[in-house]
Design a protein around this ligand. Structure first.
Ligand SMILES: Nc1ncnc2c1ncn2[C@@H]1O[C@H](COP(=O)(O)OP(=O)(O)OP(=O)(O)O)[C@@H](O)[C@H]1O
Ligand SMILES: [Mg+2]
Length: 235
């Protein structure tokens, strides 16, 4: 056993299309320890979201290994992968991805229904706890379009937290927010990290990257660590 919650060795991913194959991730090596907060920066199309999809077990790599919490993901069935995903991973996206015709409470209930470990009698306490965490208990019966962008992202973070994941994967979490709301979201993600959660954040915003302890840069499918002295210059 190691402290690594995420360990990739020589991971590769290509997408095939009519005019050939697109080699999107090239021999990626990455180790993230429990409780770290790590940024991934890089140009549009360089492969950041593809990498995050593999880390979140939404996509599978073609070659190389991925160990999530000391489990080799290649050996697992679809069912075991979905269990591992539900147990460990919470997602936060740029465009919030809330379900428009469901209230905040209904959006938060949806992932609980897939979690066989939680009894329906426990739902309301869990929902109250995550809404308190993001300071939105007064909005529980609102629909997403009745909330500001920053509030919607806080609901999305509450939804990411509801099944108590130990890893948060965030794809441009502040990409659609103004600087004040971005700061609120980063304060929240930093607080969640201080409580022990591992946080990975894809970002184009240097202020967001500078909140993280370490950064990687993706360039045309190749992932390189950004060293401390280069950190400010690169992000
Ligand atoms: N499902 C898919 N099928 C085919 N090609 C894909 C798929 N997903 C991503 N790609 C391709 O992989 C490459 C990397 O895409 P990706 O979304 O990972 O980039 P990104 O770094 O997240 O970019 P951005 O900053 O714009 O979000 C792109 O060329 C894209 O067209
Ligand atoms: Mg992307």
């Amino acid at each position: 056993m190691t402290d690594a919650v995420i360990q990739l060795n020589n991971l590769n991913k290509s997408f095939n299309h009519s005019s050939g194959s697109n080699h999107v991730l090239k021999d990626i090596n990455l180790k993230v320890n429990s409780g770290e907060m790590v940024a991934i920066v890089g140009q549009s199309g360089s492969g950041k979201s593809t990498l995050l999809s593999i880390l979140g077990l939404l996509e599978l790599a073609d070659k190389g290994s991925y160990e999530l919490c000391n489990q080799n993901t290649r050996e697992l069935s679809e069912f075991q992968l979905s269990q591992l995903r539900n147990q460990h991973i919470g997602w936060v996206f740029q465009n919030f991805n809330l379900i428009a015709d469901m209230t905040v409470v209904e959006n938060l209930t949806a992932p609980l229904r897939f979690n066989k470990k939680v009894k329906p009698s426990e739902y309301s306490q869990l929902i109250h706890d995550v809404l308190s965490k993001v300071d939105l208990t007064d909005k529980k019966d609102f629909f997403p379009d009745e909330l500001s962008g920053g509030q919607q992202q806080r609901v999305a973070i509450a939804r990411a937290l509801i099944c108590k994941p130990d890893i948060l994967l965030c794809d441009e979490p502040t990409g659609n927010l103004d600087s004040e709301n971005s700061q609120k979201i980063m304060d929240l993600l930093c607080e969640l990290n201080k409580e022990g959660r591992t946080v990975l954040i894809i970002t184009h915003d240097e202020r967001v990257a500078l909140c993280c302890q370490r950064a990687y840069k993706m360039s045309d499918g190749i992932l390189c660590a950004v060293h401390n002295q280069e950190f400010k210059r690169v992000v």
